[in-house]
Ligand binder design. Structure first.
Ligand SMILES: *Cc1c(COP(=O)(O)O)cnc(C)c1O
Ligand code: SF4
Length: 392
């Protein structure tokens, strides 16, 4: 058998190189030498949140100090020492760095049509914080807090806003709406990052949604396994396990984020009986190549995290420098089919503006079809005729 269809992942060497991140800057080294590295509360307390702290790094982010100050005035800033330690400082285009260091383009670069809330999420809320766009499922935003504020976030408009959403009165209103809306069978708990909440509070929310008789499943969206894996403690997993059926969607964007710690965090969730899937966003200069996405998805499969969606980057103001051509994702998806197994192929989707919902974008293998036959182009480019006899 020929191996010509199996791609060589050029990232292999890069990733193993990065396993020994030789030259961590002094600040990161000091962090790593702290005996508390594995304590998530220490990680939260020692997050970098100011320009002064950033300026002690080898690279505080692209732009002048004044420009970066503008970014931090407009958009919240925080990064955990753990996530910061994944940066390879010798690479000025490091994919981790681009996701977590401020960039003046967040306030200076804007493509036509980008908006704070292009999906009009804020207009699809029957009660504050609850988005009900699809009939059978509703998305509940229960916090505006995250462990790391990812620079590409499509909800960066509401970072740290003192919305009343997280208040128990507001959750009670969401529960009340869901109770009255019997077509809702799934509730997606989102934010912000729900795993930044106090576990008792989160448990109260899980229990309240689950007490609604027609709610069959709960899904929780979180980036904690990627940016603060030590938060996924046995205690937290025990609490979550009490609320199955519960599905977790996390957010790995690059294979380098799949560290031993992150894999162990996912494993603890899996052992608690909680399936973990991944939503990745296609980001220019970070993961917008077939090799990177292929390698990411294979690594995800190997840690038993199912690649669920690959998102086209929304036209959200402050993230335009991350946007790729829509055709890029289709091209990448096409190259995945035929080079890697179906369990490591996510659906490429674009969220349509004005609350149009998600549209899956599949490369097409069907060239033509009529009452007698269908004509396909195979993943290897061959033309194949497939009979569709009348009466079938
Ligand atoms: C993405 C999304 C969902 C979930 O959609 P799935 O296709 O089931 O993952 C639900 N509600 C809103 C508002 C969403 O944006
Ligand atoms: S964790 Fe999610 S919600 Fe929070 S900043 Fe990152 S992408 Fe946005």
């Amino acid at each position: 058998m020929s191996n010509s269809a199996s791609p060589v992942c050029p990232l292999d060497s890069q990733t193993s190189k990065n396993r020994e991140l030789g030259a961590a800057p002094a600040l990161v080294q000091a962090f790593q030498n702290s005996g508390n590295w594995k304590d998530w509360k220490w990680q939260i307390r020692n997050r970098i949140t100011s320009l002064d702290a950033l300026s002690r790094l080898p690279n505080p982010g692209p732009g002048t100090r004044e420009g970066l100050a503008n970014v931090l005035r407009r958009y919240r800033y925080a990064v955990t020492p753990y996530y910061l330690s994944l940066i390879d400082w010798t690479d000025p285009a490091d994919p981790i760095m681009k996701q977590c260091l401020p960039d003046t383009r967040e306030v200076t670069f804007r493509l036509p049509g980008s908006e704070d809330d292009p999906l009009k999420e804020n207009e699809h809320m029957p009660v504050p914080g609850l988005i009900h766009r699809y009939r059978d499922r509703a998305l509940a935003m229960v916090t505006t807090t995250c462990a790391v504020y990812c620079r590409h976030c499509n909800r960066k408009r509401q970072w740290g806003l003192r919305h009343a959403w997280a208040h128990s009165r507001s959750v009670a209103r969401m529960v009340d709406y869901i109770q009255k809306t019997s077509c809702i069978r799934e509730v997606i708990i989102s934010g912000g990052d729900p795993l930044t909440m106090h576990p008792d509070k989160l448990e109260g929310i899980l229990a309240a949604f689950q007490a609604v008789p027609h709610v069959e499943v709960i899904r929780l969206g979180t980036r904690i396994p990627v940016v603060l894996p030590m938060r996924v403690t046995d205690d937290l997993c025990g609490m979550l396990a009490r609320h199955r059926p519960l599905w977790i969607n996390t957010h790995f964007n690059h294979p380098r984020e799949i560290t031993a710690e992150a894999a162990a965090a996912c494993d603890r969730l899996l052992r608690a009986g909680i399936p973990v899937s991944n939503q990745c966003v296609l980001l220019k200069g970070i993961n917008d190549s077939a090799e990177t996405i292929c390698y990411l998805c294979r690594r995800l499969q190997s840690i038993m995290v199912r690649p669920y969606y690959l998102f086209h980057c929304d036209s959200v103001r402050g993230t335009d420098h991350f946007r790729t051509d829509l055709r890029k994702g289709i091209e990448i998806t096409r190259s995945l089919w035929g080079t890697t197994g179906g369990l490591s192929i996510p659906n490429f989707v674009v969220d349509l503006p004005e609350g149009g919902g998600k549209a899956p974008l599949m490369p097409s293998y069907l060239l033509d079809i009529d009452g007698e036959e269908a004509i396909f182009r195979t993943f290897e480019g061959k033309i194949v005729r497939y009979p569709c006899p009348e009466g079938a």
